[in-house]
Design a binder for this molecule. Structure first.
Ligand code: PLP
Ligand code: MN
Length: 389
C-alpha cells in the first residue's frame, strides 16, 4: 500500500509516499534505503568467494517484500522461527522457507504439513517424538507421501547444540540416531544439520567469536563424518548470524548462512568489535523516528518513543546523531534524553533513534517507512508482525 493503515479509518496516515521525512508522524519505524540496499550488497559480496549459500533470517524484518529482495540478489530462500511467519512469507510469494526451529503441537504440525504442499519447507527437530509426529502429519496432508520421492516431502534438519545451550541434540552419536530415524520416514527427507551458535553472535571481541565458531564447526564436522560413516548423506550444514557469518563461511564445514540482522543492524551489534573480523561494515539502516514532547531546559528532553516503540531487552536505544546527549531512561511511552551539555532540543523536534535490538523492535510496528534522502519512497507492511504462534 502507499500509506500506513490508520485505525480507525478516519485517522490520517502517519506517512504517505512522497512526503518529506520531516512530515512523517512519530513514533514511526524508518528504513534508510541507501544504507539498507548497501547492506544487502555487502553481504552478497562478502560471501561470494565461499562455498556457501545465503538463507537470511526473516524474523528480523517479517516482511515478504524484503525477503523477495534478498532472494533476487542471490539468497536461496529465507529462514523464519514460527509457523505463522512461514505462512505469511509463503502467502507473500516466498517459495523456500526454513523454519529454523522446533515446532511442537498437533495444530502447528498440521499447518507445517499443509504449507509443505504449497512451498519448499524445511524444519528442525531435536527429539524423536517430533520426527514421528511430522511424518504422520505429512502422510495426512498428502496421501501420496507414503510413496517417497514421487510425493511432497518435508526437508528435516537435525539441530545440534554447538555451544548455545538452547535447542538441539548433542552432536555426535545422538544426532546420528535422530538422523537415522528421519531417514526411515518415507514422508521426510533428511536435509542435514542445523548448527547455529546463537550465544557467539554478541561476544564482543573478534577472538571470542572466532573461538566459539571454531568449536561449533568442529562439532558439526565431526557429526557430519559420523553420518557419512553410517551411510547417511548430509547435504547441508546451516547456521551463522550477523556476528559470525564469515567464520562459518570460512570453516569449510558450513554451507548455508542464516544471518538476519545485517539488513538493519542495531545498537547491540554496533557494540561488537568488528576491526579484524574481515566482515563488512554494515550500516545502520533502521531507525525509530521520535518527537521531543517535553523539556527541562539545560537538563533533559523527553521523546515520544518508549519501550512500546523500541525494544530494550538488549539495551536502550542510542541517538543516531553525533551528540553528548544520551537516551538514559525509558518507560512505556516516554524516553528520557539527558542533555549532558548538548543544547536544548526544540519542542516538536524529530530525532532518529537506533534501536537496541532490531528484531523485537520491528515486531512493534505495522509498517516500515522507507526513505531516501529526505523523501518517503515506499511503505512496506510488516506482514508477519505479531506472528509468534
Ligand atoms: N539463525 C537462528 C536459528 C537464529 O535464532 C538467529 C537469531 O537469533 C539467526 C539465525 C540470525 O541472527 P542475527 O539476526 O543475529 O543475524
Ligand atoms: Mn536478534
Amino acid at each position: 500500500g502507499d500509506g500506513i493503515r490508520a485505525r480507525p479509518a478516519m485517522r490520517p496516515p502517519a506517512a504517505v509516499v512522497g512526503m518529506r521525512l520531516a512530515e512523517v508522524d512519530t513514533p514511526a519505524l524508518l528504513i534508510d534505503l541507501d544504507a539498507f540496499e548497501t547492506n544487502l550488497r555487502l553481504m552478497q559480496q562478502a560471501i561470494a568467494g565461499y562455498n556457501v549459500q545465503l538463507r537470511p533470517h526473516a524474523k528480523t524484518h517479517k516482511c515478504p517484500t524484503i525477503a523477495l529482495a534478498q532472494i533476487a540478489l542471490g539468497a536461496v530462500g529465507v529462514c523464519c522461527q514460527k509457523v505463522s511467519e512461514a505462512e505469511a512469507l509463503v502467502d507473500g510469494g516466498v517459495g523456500d522457507v526454513l523454519i529454523s526451529n522446533e515446532v511442537v503441537g498437533a495444530a502447528k504440525v498440521a499447518r507445517v504439513a499443509a504449507l509443505a504442499q504449497r512451498a519448499r519447507i524445511s524444519i528442525c527437530v531435536d527429539d524423536p517424538e517430533q520426527v514421528v509426529v511430522l511424518a504422520a502429519a505429512m502422510a495426512q496432508a498428502d496421501p501420496q507421501s507414503g510413496l517417497g520421492d514421487q510425493a511432497t516431502t518435508l526437508d528435516v534438519l537435525v539441530e545440534i547444540d554447538v555451544g548455545a545451550k538452547r535447542c538441539g541434540v548433542a552432536p555426535g552419536e545422538p544426532a546420528v540416531r535422530l538422523a537415522q530415524l528421519v531417514s526411515q520416514q518415507p514422508q521426510l527427507r533428511f536435509a542435514g544439520l542445523q548448527a547455529y551458535q546463537g550465544s557467539a553472535q554478541h561476544r564482543r571481541t573478534v577472538d571470542e567469536r572466532r573461538a566459539a565458531i571454531a568449536a561449533a564447526a568442529e562439532l558439526a564436522g565431526h557429526t557430519r563424518d559420523l553420518l557419512q560413516a553410517a551411510g547417511i548423506e548430509c547435504p547441508k550444514i546451516t547456521g551463522g548470524g550477523t556476528g559470525t557469518f564469515l567464520l562459518e563461511a570460512d570453516s569449510g564445514i558450513y554451507n548455508e548462512l542464516q544471518a538476519g540482522s545485517y539488513v538493519f543492524m542495531d545498537a547491540d551489534y554496533a557494540a561488537n568489535e568488528w576491526a579484524g573480523s574481515g566482515q563488512p561494515a554494515f550500516q545502520q539502516s533502521l531507525f525509530v523516528w521520535t518527537t521531543v514532547m517535553s523539556r527541562t531546559p539545560g537538563v533533559r528532553a523527553v521523546v515520544d518513543a518508549g519501550l512500546k516503540s523500541s525494544s530494550v531487552d538488549s539495551g536502550l536505544p542510542t541517538l543516531a546523531d553525533e551528540t553528548p546527549a544520551k537516551y538514559v531512561n525509558v518507560s512505556d511511552e516516554h524516553g528520557v534524553i539527558a542533555l549532558n551539555g548538548a543544547p536544548d532540543y526544540a519542542l516538536g523536534q524529530k530525532l532518529k533513534l537506533i534501536p537496541g535490538h532490531c528484531d523485537p523492535t520491528v515486531n512493534m510496528h505495522d509498517s516500515f517507512v522507507c526513505y531516501r534522502g529526505d523523501r518517503v519512497e515506499a511503505i512496506w507492511p510488516i506482514t508477519a508482525r505479531g506472528c509468534a504462534w
